[in-house]
Design a protein around this ligand. Structure first.
Ligand SMILES: Cc1ncc(COP(=O)(O)O)c(C=O)c1O
Length: 422
């Protein structure tokens, strides 16, 4: 912080004439002011070291055109179900505008605890559940609560864009673990070993996966769990897409023997309930884990948004049919996108969950560069898809297509891709 920020209410009268290079009494020029400001706000090294999001960067280009079909968005194209919205409105009409308990409303924690039994998860609502401002906050809390400076955090790549920055902000060292198209993007003990994750402190799992849509089957999850036990890894399992699973049942690492005690499970309302803007998620884990995360949360956030908590409670209690309707619609689109891509001769592994497909375009791209492919597709045909490298080095040669977009737009986008390739 600058030594000038001393709260002196009389202004700059006693500032030395040499301060900032301006003569006493003469107003600073914009240039000098800008220079001073950027020096004052020079980001801390751990912030400086993180590049801007590759998704944002790409979509700024798309925003300048009005004929673009965006297959880039990572959020539902549905509106939150009415019972959830109505509960939010009702809570405001009743004047429920105060903080809640730090950990979230007890009724909501009980509802969450009841809901996750469908994944064979069992957490005590009083001591093992923390309601957060989106799953994003829960991810950040997990890193801040459990990662010491210099700790190694194994991150399968490609994966969701926020983990690596989150690890760096917490002072940790991300360790990429490559998953492969050829394995349908499943994480394997071999890949973990090859990357040196046996020496890591923490492993982040994201299944169903953003950006690949990959899910893990029971045997694959057993094998990863065995690796974590053998090498004493703490696991952060981001299961925000669990309810959007199309093939088989959702597999949670926390349900494997000896894993509950070393896993924090993260979930939320943004995806399954189309509630991204309400910002509500949760973390579940052993009491000691939730206590540590609550400590950070209570200072950083106090409590998650009260209106959204009322909406979330109604979402769990009254929106199952709507969630199932949306899931079926995503599934229909998924089948369409996958079959159409394959018809066009583009390789894509079957996404078992979330709302993304991650086709391989390396052979179709100039110099195998997926970013160049995505840029040309956007420029030539106005179809925006995210280059795979936005999700880490493991995404090279691929693009992410989101099918959280209506079927008509998907059909038009596929027709344009066909034209682009011909
Ligand atoms: C894997 C994953 N985790 C977390 C989030 C963020 O969720 P929330 O809106 O609950 O903060 C996203 C959003 O795209 C995501 O894809």
């Amino acid at each position: 912080m600058s030594g000038n920020e001393n709260g002196n209410e009389t202004g700059n009268d006693d500032r030395p004439a040499t301060d900032g290079g301006t003569a006493e009494g003469s107003p600073p020029t914009g240039e000098e002011e800008g220079g001073e400001e950027s020096a004052r706000f020079a980001p801390a090294d751990r912030v400086e070291s993180v590049p801007p999001s590759g998704i944002r960067e790409f979509f700024e280009v798309a925003e300048n055109r009005d004929d673009v079909i965006s297959l880039g968005v990572g959020e539902p194209d549905f509106t939150a179900p009415w019972p959830a919205r109505s509960a939010a409105i009702d809570s405001l009409e009743r004047g429920r505008t105060s903080y809640t308990a730090n950990r979230g409303m007890p009724a909501l924690r009980r509802a969450i605890s009841g809901r996750v039994t469908r994944y064979d998860q069992s957490y005590d609502p009083d001591s093992e559940v923390l309601v957060t401002t989106g799953a994003s906050e829960a991810v950040d809390l997990a890193f801040r609560a459990f990662v010491n400076p210099g700790d190694t955090v194994a991150l399968p790549t490609p994966t969701y864009v926020s983990y690596e920055p989150g690890v760096r902000f917490a002072g940790g060292e991300p360790l990429p673990v490559h998953t492969r198209h050829e394995d349908d993007w499943a994480l394997t003990p071999e890949a973990l070993r090859e990357a040196g994750a046996d020496e890591a402190d923490v492993l982040v799992l994201c299944y169903p996966n953003n950006p690949t849509g990959a899910t893990m089957d029971a045997d694959e999850m057993d094998a990863v769990a065995a690796f974590c036990r053998e090498h004493d890894l703490l696991v952060v399992a981001d299961e925000i897409y669990a309810a959007l699973t199309y093939e088989g049942d959702h597999q949670s690492v926390a349900t494997r023997p000896g894993m509950r005690e070393r896993t924090v499970v993260i979930n939320g309302f943004s995806k399954a309930y189309a509630m991204t803007g309400l910002r509500l998620g949760y973390a579940m884990g052993p009491e000691a884990a939730i206590d540590a995360m609550t400590k950070v949360h209570q200072y950083a956030m106090l409590s998650a948004p009260t209106t959204a908590q009322h909406a979330a409670l109604a979402a769990i209690e009254r929106c199952d049919d709507e969630v199932e309707r949306m899931r079926r619609e995503y599934d229909r689109r998924r089948r369409y996108v996958v079959s159409r891509l394959r018809e066009l001769g583009i390789e894509v592994s079957e996404p078992g969950g979330a709302f993304y497909a991650f086709p391989r375009v390396a052979e179709l791209a100039p110099d195998g560069d997926a970013r160049a492919f995505a840029t040309e597709l956007l420029e030539a045909e106005g179809v925006a898809a995210v280059p795979g490298t936005a999700f880490g080095a493991g995404g090279e040669g691929h693009i992410r297509i989101s099918y959280a977009t209506g079927l008509d737009d998907l059909k038009e986008a596929m027709a344009r891709i066909e034209r682009f390739l011909s």
